[in-house]
Design a protein around this ligand. Structure first.
Ligand code: ADP
Ligand code: MG
Length: 633
């Protein structure tokens, strides 16, 4: 009763709202794989050992007297408790509150806001980021964490039933580390059976490089292999083990799409086990753009924040890299501008690019899945990485007006028409909507393929790269259409009927209308001209050859990088019946007044086709009413 006699204050604290929500879903959903709670707790214990091992490199005192890391599991059937204890780094009071009361991982809280209740969809969403420590509440009514930070004198006890609050009090622990005790739910008693525990550990945690011991009565048995997975020979590792290690390092729950396990010997020596996920991690577009690969030196975890280990555009990679050459005492600062790290980085980039190339060639369907998930990152690479640009361009895939699936630039070149001297593209928010753009009509009529690009980054890399194999990239919504030189049977037939004299006449016929439109629209457009790119629509907008492309302007405006979009060129279709009758009216006296509404409506219409708001909705509907009244009365 000695302990009880010391009066210790117990504080009550609330979970961050997102954690409460998460816990509610975790506890109430019939999660099919409840056993993964053990994997999560072991994973945390192993991370805690990794972190202390690193700290102890410079502060050996921290592990003095107890240098061997281990994780101990014990079950007490009578008390109905399962205990997971480690001698890792432990937590102080502040860390306890932060780590087990909030969700710190970037983007996760935002993700939880999307959860709706205890639906199937939520489980899928949760599956994407893993619930980590909080998964203990799937099997426990109450969780008690007693922890003592390495180097500190006192311990703290965290306790919760997962219902919105947790308590905190001072406690005791003979030495550093963390003990998690679960009061197992009645319907989860299976997790107190030693055989069940052993099975779970060998299934999910065999690769954990810290020995895991199961205590049964007086005996203590090691139940995992306890050697780092990447140090084992490839032919000794089963697919499932690779997968489980991926789940551990990546905090992921999907299947790895590709697994690269390698050892490099020579001038520098390192090994690596890298994964490309199947599913896009939910926070991949977080602005910090940090790579996620862990750096080890001679089996000791150093950091998962070595920015120079991989370029940002490879941040979809997960896994570990283990160097033999770096000094174990390397501080995280010393990793900056480090020539060994730079060499490793080059090696890794080449290795990943080769793997992607191989997959793109040999398994195009599977590669298409990769592209849907991570293509936007490869495009970032095209934009940022001059030295890998050609390789990355060969990996590029996109939708186009010609083919159903994804096409490569190489195959586009093969389909170019006689007289075509550019690679045409259009950018916008989604490929399906882009297909309907009026600017594509003339290209479609001539069978000229246009690439449909819908990642925001497209508007940056295309102008930056400028060309592919000496063919310039050209936006179909910018500058002249230059379709005149492209010969295609369809268009030829159409042209046969018209003589050159007809064309001249039609240009003359449009003259008055164009002059009138220019006068009425004044500053609203920079120019009005007849169009080569329209066949069905009456009008469209295009950007000036020398200015910014329209979609880029829209993106910049959304991000407040520019205040106002510059005015555009209005193109009119001389073959369209509406334009032809307007052209006739334009020749008559007093046409300017009569056609003013029509001119403004044409511009509004062109803006709507661009998916842009009309500039003055009230005036727009008034004009529309007036025109309708004329038409129907
Ligand atoms: P994650 O492991 O993805 O960070 P968790 O929910 O599993 O998320 O754990 C949250 C945090 O709590 C960890 O990042 C770590 O800082 C801390 N933590 C959990 N378990 C332990 C432990 N056994 N020893 C030390 N710290 C721990
Ligand atoms: Mg964890």
């Amino acid at each position: 009763m000695a302990k009880a006699s010391k009066t210790k204050k117990t504080e009550k604290l609330s979970f961050q709202a997102e954690v409460s929500r998460l816990l509610h879903i975790v506890a109430h959903s019939l999660y099919s794989e409840r056993e993964i709670f053990l994997r999560e707790l072991i994973s945390n214990a192993s991370d805690a050992c990794d972190r202390l091992r690193y700290e102890a490199l410079t502060k050996p005192k921290l592990t003095q007297g107890d240098p061997d890391f281990c994780i101990k599991i014990s079950a007490d059937k009578e008390a109905g408790t399962l205990t997971i204890a480690d001698n890792g780094i432990g937590m102080n009071r502040k860390e306890l509150i932060e780590n087990l009361g909030t969700i710190a991982r970037s983007g996760t809280a935002a993700m939880i806001d999307k959860l709706k209740g205890d639906t199937k969809e939520d489980i899928n969403l949760i599956g994407q980021f893993g619930v980590g420590f909080y998964s203990s509440f799937m099997v426990a009514d109450k969780v008690t964490v007693t922890t003592r930070k390495a180097g500190a004198a006192g311990a703290f006890v965290w306790e919760s039933d997962g219902m919105g609050e947790f308590t905190l009090r001072e406690g005791e622990r003979p030495a550093r580390g963390t003990t998690v005790t679960l009061k197992i739910k009645d319907d989860a008693k299976e997790f107190l059976e030693p055989d069940r525990i052993k099975h779970i550990v060998t299934t999910y945690s065999d690769h954990i490089p810290v020995p895991i011991n199961l205590l049964e009565g007086e005996t203590s048995d090691r139940i995992n292999d306890a050697s780092a997975l990447w140090t084992r020979p490839r032919n000794k590792i089963k697919a499932d083990q690779y997968k489980e290690f991926y789940h551990h390092v990546a905090h992921a729950t999907d299947e790895p799409w590709a697994t690269l396990h390698f050892r490099v010997e020579g001038v520098i020596e390192y090994s690596g086990l890298l994964y490309i996920p199947t599913a896009r991690p939910f926070n991949i577009f977080h602005p910090d753009r940090k790579n996620q690969v862990k750096l080890y030196v001679k089996r000791v975890f150093i950091t998962d924040e070595c920015e120079e280990l991989l370029p940002s555009w490879l941040r979809f990679l997960r896994g570990v890299v283990d160097s033999e050459d770096l000094d174990l005492n390397v501080s995280r600062e010393m990793l900056q501008n480090n020539p060994i790290v730079a060499k490793i980085k080059n090696g890794l980039v080449t290795r990943v690019l080769n793997e992607l190339k191989k997959k793109a060639e040999k398994e195009p369907d599977s590669y298409a899945g990769f592209w849907e998930a991570f293509g936007a990152l490869i495009k970032e690479g095209i934009y940022e990485s001059f030295e890998n640009r050609d390789d990355l361009l060969s990996l590029l895939r996109c939708h186009s007006t010609t083919d159903e699936g994804l096409v490569s630039l190489e195959s586009y070149l093969g389909r170019m028409k006689k007289g075509q001297d550019a690679i045409y593209y259009i950018t916008g928010e989604n490929a399906e909507a882009l297909k309907q753009s009026p600017q594509l009509e003339g290209f479609r009529a001539r069978d000229v393929e246009v690439l449909l690009l819908s990642d925001p980054i497209d508007d940056f890399w295309l102008p930056a790269v400028g060309q592919y194999k000496e063919k310039p990239f050209k936006s179909v919504t910018q500058g002249g259409a230059d379709l005149g030189n492209i010969e295609t049977p369809k268009v030829k037939k159409k042209d046969d009927k018209k003589s050159a004299a007809d064309d001249a006449k039609s240009a003359g016929e449009m003259g008055d209308l164009i002059a009138l439109l220019k006068l009425t629209l004044e500053e609203k457009v920079t120019d009005v001209r007849t169009s080569e790119r329209l066949t069905d629509s009456a009008v469209c907008l295009v950007a000036d050859e020398t200015g910014l492309d329209m979609n880029l302007e829209r993106i910049l405006k959304q991000h407040n990088q520019i205040n106002q979009v510059t005015s555009r060129i209005l193109e009119i279709n001389p073959d369209h019946s509406l334009i032809q009758s307007l052209a006739l009216s334009a020749k008559k006296k007093g046409a300017q007044d009569k056609l003013e509404d029509a001119a403004l409506l044409l511009l509004d219409q062109a803006q709507i086709l661009e998916g842009e708001p009309v500039s003055d909705p009230v005036a727009f509907s008034r004009r529309m009413e007036a025109v309708m009244a004329k038409g129907f009365i």
